[in-house]
Design a protein around this ligand. Sequence first.
Ligand code: SF4
Length: 561
Amino acid sequence: MAANPERPQSSAQGAPAAAPRRKAGRHRGEGQWAVGHFTPLNGNEQVKKDDDGLNVRTRIETVYSKAGFDSIDPADLRGRMRWWGLYTQRKPGIDGGKTAILEPEELDDSYFMLRVRIDGGRLTTEQLRVIGEISQEFARGTADITDRQNIQFHWIRIEDVPEIWRRLEDVGLSSTEACGDTPRVILGSPVAGIAEDEIIDGTWAIEEIHRQYIGNPAYSNLPRKFKGAVSGSPLLDVVHEINDVAFVGVHHPEHGPGFDVWVGGGLSTNPKLGVRIGAWVPLEEVPDVFGGVISIFRDYGYRRLRNRARMKYLLADWGAEKFRQILEDEYLKRKLIDGPGPEQPAERWRDHVGVHRQRDGRFYVGFAPRVGRVDGATLTKIAELAHDHGSGRLRTTAEQKMLVLDVAQDRVESLVAGLEALELQVNPSPFRRGTMACTGIEFCKLAIVETKARGAQLIDELERRMPDFDEPLTININGCPNACARIQVADIGLKGQLVRDDDGNQVEGYQVHLGGALGLEAAFGRKVRGLKVTSAQLPEYVERLLTRFQEQRTEGERFAQ
Ligand code: SF4
């Protein structure tokens, strides 16, 4: 196996050069390469040093897919396969029999989740049709739209992976670095290039970032995952607050439209909101600045402890000012222009659901599946509808929703009817619109409780109980203490755990967090001390909470205030 180089080199594509090697400093013990700390300090770092995660592809194609699951090297299985978007999924039947009844040969954990990265959420009807076919042929019909604009399959067999890659890559999609300690999918505004109110279209930058940095061995061994986003929408629609680096559209009073740079956001344990470094970057410089930030993370990021490795910890130690100075002096070799921050969005919803006029006079139609769950057959039908009504373009959103673009006015009604016939609502209740759920116990090995089905039930129940509630609201449901569904920044965040019911039995339930928010008022929800609800009590609890809010609200007050 080819080992990672002792010291990363600058990319062949002209990305910023790596920082000069420094003498060991105060943080030498954190395992930063930039201070000469190249000896791996934990098992994950050793695995990455032994072989680049990208190299596992050849073994999957030539060995594992032919010899089967049992032939997979454990270090590849538990580590490097993630570099190609593959995780083993939860062993069926170990959740107390809540999943479907399975045949004996299915009671193993030799299946994978496969994540397809969809940078900028940009899809064509042909791509979506292929995703739908793969889902039906290889993934038992499963397909979930994630809150990072990706689509995930389950029940994938290692034998089928090369064929799935072939089909994805034939239409310009891939699972390259969809997981792992890599630059993950680059979020983008779902309405880039079409919205009437757009400040600047970031599409070129996303494509260029992908071309320069994704699948590039110079950036494939980061301390931890690295999340990026680019959006020129005034609705702030790419959760810039919780990305490692985000470029947010702003008008500079002298230089015009460009991007405000945010760094160091991240949830999970010890959540941190991203901070501005006060710099304005024109579109053509976004890829370079992205390269500088990711290089800082690679070189100075902490590699000693996995739970202190995200870039937010480096930011917390350095602060925004020092981060900008290192970026300018050591990586970009020039000063950045000072610039303004974004303005308050005009709307609270930023998912683009509904029918909206594009700046070319056509319309885009955003619709809401329940908690991001679709299936292969439905995706194929969505592709057909988009083909028949639009120009062949679709987008996914960071709220587990989807859009069909470029619909002529006289075709909107027919498209809306077609989507609603598939149970995909264009005018959903606030409950359907604002509820997100992570993968949960059905497939995720870390999960403690069910999430997707519970979220769907909650939506149905709240729609029945509170048909007149009409207020922007976010309810985010996680299956464990991690933060895949962003519970800390939801109005109502539900963290899955086992709780006691009234009879003292241990049952599935949630720790409640209230009052989280994104946008310019971004804040983490408060953990309501002692407030844990069982799954069975959940609809009643949320109804009580919302009813009390309606009764006691003051003029203009919204739920999260
Ligand atoms: Fe799995 Fe937990 Fe993430 Fe949900 S929040 S997908 S249960 S790790």
